[in-house]
Design a protein around this ligand. Sequence first.
Ligand code: ATP
Ligand code: MG
Length: 390
Amino acid sequence: MKEILLLKDGEIVLKGLNRRQFEDVLKKNIKNTLSPLGRFEITSAQSTVSVKPLSDDIDLDEACERVGRIFGIVSYSRAALCDEKTLESVLKTAPEYLAKQLRTAKTFKVEAKRSDKKFPYKSPEICRETGGAILAKFPHLKVDVKNPEVTVYVEIRDHGAYIHANPIRGAGGIPVGTGGRAVILISGGIDSPVAAYMMAKRGIKLTAVHFASPPYTSRRAEDKVVRLLQKVARYSGAMKMYTVPFTKLQEKLRDDCPEELFTIIMRRLMMQISQRIAEQNECQALITGESLGQVASQTIGALGCTDEAADMVVFRPLIGMDKQEIIDISYKIDTFETSIEPYEDCCTVFTPKHPRTKPVLKFVKQAQENAGFEPLIEEALQNLKITYIS
Ligand code: ATP
Ligand code: MG
């Protein structure tokens, strides 16, 4: 008996004619995620991907943990591949492989799926026989079809017969790379890493852009962003990070723009520069971690003024979320502790005492135009630093 992983496709099932393409991307993502652990044979059929380790020394616990972060998988389990595709082999393998769980449980049921229609027994017979074999070994058990502690699955597929129990919930979403590409504006805060995670979950391949204003912001602030992106990359896959030298633009902003408009014009500059980087990287959208009403630059009026600076769709997946809801996700993806390390962000450099919460677009644009940022934007774009995040 060999042990493998069985992964269930999620929403991929809904994708009709594109399904094949979705499955190919998912298989590639699984391969990339697991390749550091060794070699695997990855096959898919009937909404299920089977992942078979090709050597005995592969750490399946670690493989499971990694699989739990791959988008496009609704559930997964470790499963036994029966030595033969026969009922005898199923009846021998099921009580043996699941002995630990069955010994401590009080109730169970069996569900059979027979996608290989040539198998000589039908699903109800497989369930009955397997249930009988389990009860013979574990007579303390009771069958409970409504709410069993252990559900034993017997799957008769083209490639073999599999036994598994109590699948684990997967990361959900759709495979990264099937939803297009976008630039995430990433700060060192709590929100933007969560926003990145949420859009990767919808299939988006990410490129990151971070604005740094040395010496007002430190090398360690940038390093913190790299570490946050490494956490995000465990879900989204590898990505490129661009660091934009933002100091001269912010100094000009301080010197040549009305103080109450500092923040809003800075946000517009971020959008404009990010859009240029997006275009160079064949990205079709921008992503931010903004949430309505969280700070002065995130009122309806301010967001309207920010949006106008870019003519690319802007995704704000946190827009309707409370801080606590965002924090809950940051714990889940393990970014919270890093996010709260106390390094300054360029957003907190030259912050106005009284930022406009209802900026008037006409005046904002006028002030931005008067200052004339174009040459400095060009200069910043000429001096981008690229870091590869894996
Ligand atoms: P976060 O927790 O993500 O920093 P925030 O609530 O602190 O968000 P702001 O500082 O107003 O909000 O920033 C709003 C959004 O602007 C961020 O979520 C992020 O997408 C983007 N942003 C802010 N600072 C930077 C930066 N230094 N580089 C790139 N993007 C940034
Ligand atoms: Mg911030």
